[in-house]
Design a protein around this ligand. Structure first.
Ligand code: ADP
Length: 490
């Protein structure tokens, strides 16, 4: 390593900024007093060290990968911002360098100028501007001079895409931006600006603009006003594209209208159903009385009254089912969820369905473990399961069998109602839960409304469960209720 004086460098002791010289191996040959002061490290501790070690980790990468190769290539380096290790913490500096051949080797001299506050502010401003450019929409500063003329001293680049104008075109002559607003709405936007200036309240407006691509887009402007000493006004704010948001708002409003119409319909149906039941009970009651009295009717009359009673009974079933559906749809069915012993519910349902099974000569069986519990509303679960068991009996071939099986999975429990009936054709499975769709059963002898499965599904979903169906034509169907599993009873 050559001694500093052997390098024959100029006098750097009076330089107002740091200075050091290195050889081509990167070893520091000499430093000046200003660098010693800047870093707070003695000259003796600096000379002989690798210059790389002067820099903080990030800057070291910049120094070795960028600054040094450039210096070797061009012979000089200007205005690279690097951070050096100082005893009082990192020192940000602007670094300049020059490399000069000395015989076979070369010496590089570095000048290190502490970053001034101004440069730091410039960096901050640059960062803020870059951030503003990332904001979706236009960030702006809008000025209204005392003579009423408009200008945008600052506008982000997004104005090109949204208005087809360059920021520089609007610096003076800001009116051009407002000329893009569809004519009928322009005055309202400028009137909102005037009101904002008067009341010193935010300037807010929504308006349509003919987009450079030729389509109309909704924009919203939102800016805070500030009065200027010369009597002018300055707003800081942003313009955002509100087209998608407005479309979303409109569809939400339409959905709310539809929901409230649907609620009104459900309320009406619930009331009508309720009102129909009272007179219907009268009709049914008197028809039953006529049928009970042995000698009240001739055989032909008895048959006719029998039809009245049957039709009335069907109507009552329909009204009850409709009442159930409308109450479920209107969210008026309350469920109280608690751990329910599945075996108990299955047993009760099978008992309740036994008379129906007896009439249809269907054998009922249970395949369920004891102690398995689900989170459900006991009464609603019974209603849903009974519906499925009744269907299994009604639509399973006479003389067949229906089995209620319970399968406990880790998270949930499947309660399956399996029948050995004719099954359901795959193309009909999709229509199974359509209200009033009886899949052709209306032409057969089995009484029904086509609403049972809709109610069952509604109830199960209210309890946080689901219903699944699988069926093989000729072999039978399986309807499964899936419910969250509850912990075992203590
Ligand atoms: P309903 O029994 O009052 O007609 P549901 O909603 O309970 O109404 O059932 C709708 C239709 O689905 C029935 O009419 C019947 O055609 C068919 N279905 C329901 N359960 C079964 C089953 N286990 N096997 C075959 N078909 C069934």
């Amino acid at each position: 390593m050559p001694a500093p004086d052997a390098v024959a460098l100029g006098d750097t002791s009076r330089l107002p900024c740091g200075w050091f010289a290195i050889d081509d191996a990167g070893t520091i040959l000499a430093v000046n007093p200003a660098l010693v002061r800047l870093l707070g490290i003695a000259a003796g501790d600096l000379v002989g060290r690798s210059a790389e070690s002067l820099f903080t980790l990030e800057s070291r990468v910049l120094y070795t990968a960028h600054a040094l190769p450039l210096l070797k290539l061009r012979g000089e380096l200007a205005e690279v911002t690097l951070s050096l290790h100082g005893t009082a913490g990192p020192v940000d500096a602007l670094v300049y360098a020059r490399r000069e051949p000395r015989g076979d080797a070369a010496v590089s001299e570095f000048v290190v100028a502490r970053l001034h506050e101004r440069k730091r502010l410039e960096d901050q401003l640059l960062t803020a501007r870059r951030a503003a450019e990332q904001v979706p929409g236009i960030v702006f500063q809008c000025q209204r001079k005392p003579d009423g003329s408009l200008g945008f001293p600052y506008l982000t680049e997004a104005v090109r895409g949204m208005y087809g104008l360059a920021p520089v075109q609007l610096r003076a002559g800001g009116e051009r931006l407002f000329e893009r607003i569809v004519p009928g709405q322009r005055d309202a936007v400028l009137a909102a600006m005037a009101r904002s200036a008067e009341a010193l309240l935010p300037w807010r407006a929504e308006y349509q603009v003919e987009h450079p691509a030729g389509v109309l887009r909704w924009h919203e402007i939102n800016a805070a006003p500030r009065r200027q000493p010369d009597g002018g006004m300055l707003w800081h704010g942003f313009i955002a594209d509100a087209t998608e948001r407005r479309a979303l708002d409109a569809s939400l409003r339409a959905q709310q209208v539809a929901e409230s119409a649907s609620r009104a319909k459900s309320d009406f149906l619930a009331r009508v159903s309720h009102e129909l039941r009272t007179p219907l009970n009268g009709i049914l009651g008197f028809a039953q009385l006529l049928l009970i009295e042995d000698d009240a009717l001739r055989p032909a009359q008895r048959r006719k009254v029998g039809h009245i009673a049957q039709a009335g009974h069907h109507l009552l079933l329909l009204i009850n089912d409709m009442l159930d559906i409308t109450r479920i749809e209107a969210g008026k069915v309350e469920v109280s969820i608690a751990p329910v012993d599945v075996f108990d519910v299955v047993q009760e349902c099978v008992q309740l369905a036994t008379p129906l099974a007896g009439k249809a000569c269907v054998e009922l069986s249970i395949d369920a473990p004891c102690g398995c519990r689900v989170l459900a509303d006991g009464n609603r679960l019974r209603q849903a399961l009974l519906n499925l068991v009744s269907n299994g009996i009604k639509y399973g071939a006479s003389g067949g069998a229906v089995c209620v099986a319970v399968l406990a999975e880790p998270e949930r429990v499947r309660i399956e109602v399996r029948d050995k009936g004719p099954g359901i054709a795959p193309e009909q499975l999709g229509a199974l839960f359509e209200p009033f769709n009886r899949l052709g059963a209306e032409r057969g002898p089995v009484e029904g409304t086509g609403l049972g499965l809709v109610i069952t599904r509604g109830l199960v979903e209210l309890m946080g469960g689901a219903i699944e169906v699988s069926s093989v034509v000729g072999s039978g169907s399986t309807f499964a209720l899936l419910l969250p599993r509850a912990g075992e009873a203590q």
